[in-house]
Ligand binder design. Structure first.
Ligand code: 0L1
Ligand code: MG
Length: 256
């Protein structure tokens, strides 16, 4: 079944509302059988336009499903991407409020900052030349679907589950990030991984994104997670330590 523009707009409104109210909704693919990944990206763009109309500014992109394990879990062969706005950025050491989210989880990532536009098929060297920084980062994901369950089209429409991100101190982009030990402590949980788990190299994730979306100078790009995500709960402290890139963290409060 092909889906018309007004239905896509309606679905964008539903997902935007779910994110704003922090109330999960049924998967949109249940109502629109045959919803495609392309439909998902069209809905994502429409829902981002709603945010921009409220004054949010796009400041970057994220890659999701970058580990083989997650791709298998969702049944896809390539990563997905989502959009990052200034309202999603939490300062290092800041607070994430449970009340603003449905069922948030956190994952350890590596983030690049672009000083020049980047698009098309690019080599790792070309991608690196377009960057002026790299840092340790945490992404908070929060599916707007009930029970954190979705199809590929659903999760793409839902901005690849992204809700917040936290950036550490910027380092020289030529820092070798091919195989860095990454240890995330979230409450009592400890997750340990390597940056190599991010599509074999975080720079390859940046290249893969540039081949699909034109990236703008000044944007940040979250390259994907190196371990499974951890559920957040009020009272938790979350800290990620990445070898040579240092630490980044936040605390979790109940909020209102
Ligand atoms: O950033 C991610 O890898 C998450 C992508 C969407 C799938 C999920 O919510 O786990
Ligand atoms: Mg992620």
């Amino acid at each position: 079944m092909s889906i018309d523009a007004s239905s896509l707009g309606k679905l964008a409104r539903i997902l935007d509302g779910a994110a704003r109210k922090a109330v999960p909704v049924p998967m949109i693919s249940l109502e629109y059988d045959g919803l495609t990944e392309d439909d998902g990206y069209a809905i994502q763009r429409m829902s981002m336009r709603r945010r921009q109309a409220r004054g949010e500014k796009v400041i970057g992109m994220k890659m999701g499903l970058t580990s083989r394990a997650k791709m298998v879990q969702v049944g896809v062969h390539e990563p997905i991407y989502g959009t990052l706005t200034d309202a999603m950025l939490v300062p290092d050491g800041g607070v994430v409020e449970m009340a603003a989210h449905c069922h948030p989880r956190v994952e350890p990532e590596i983030c690049f900052r672009l000083s020049a536009p980047l698009s098309g098929e690019v080599t790792q060297e070309q991608a690196l030349a377009a960057c002026d920084g790299v840092c340790a980062a945490l992404e908070v994901i929060d599916s707007r679907y009930e029970n954190f369950k979705f199809t590929l089209a659903d999760v793409v429409a839902d901005n690849a589950s992204s809700t917040k991100f936290v950036l550490g101190t910027w380092h020289d982009p030529t820092t070798d990030v091919s195989d860095l030990k990454m240890v995330m402590r979230a409450g009592d949980e400890v997750r340990e991984g390597s940056s190599q788990a991010i599509l074999d190299h975080p720079l390859l994730s940046l290249c893969a994104l540039a081949s699909r979306v034109p990236l703008e100078a000044g944007w940040v790009v979250m390259c994907g997670a190196s371990t499974a995500a951890v559920h957040l709960a009020a009272g938790m402290s979350v800290e990620l330590e990445v070898a040579t890139l240092g630490r980044v963290g936040f605390t979790v409060e109940e909020g209102s």
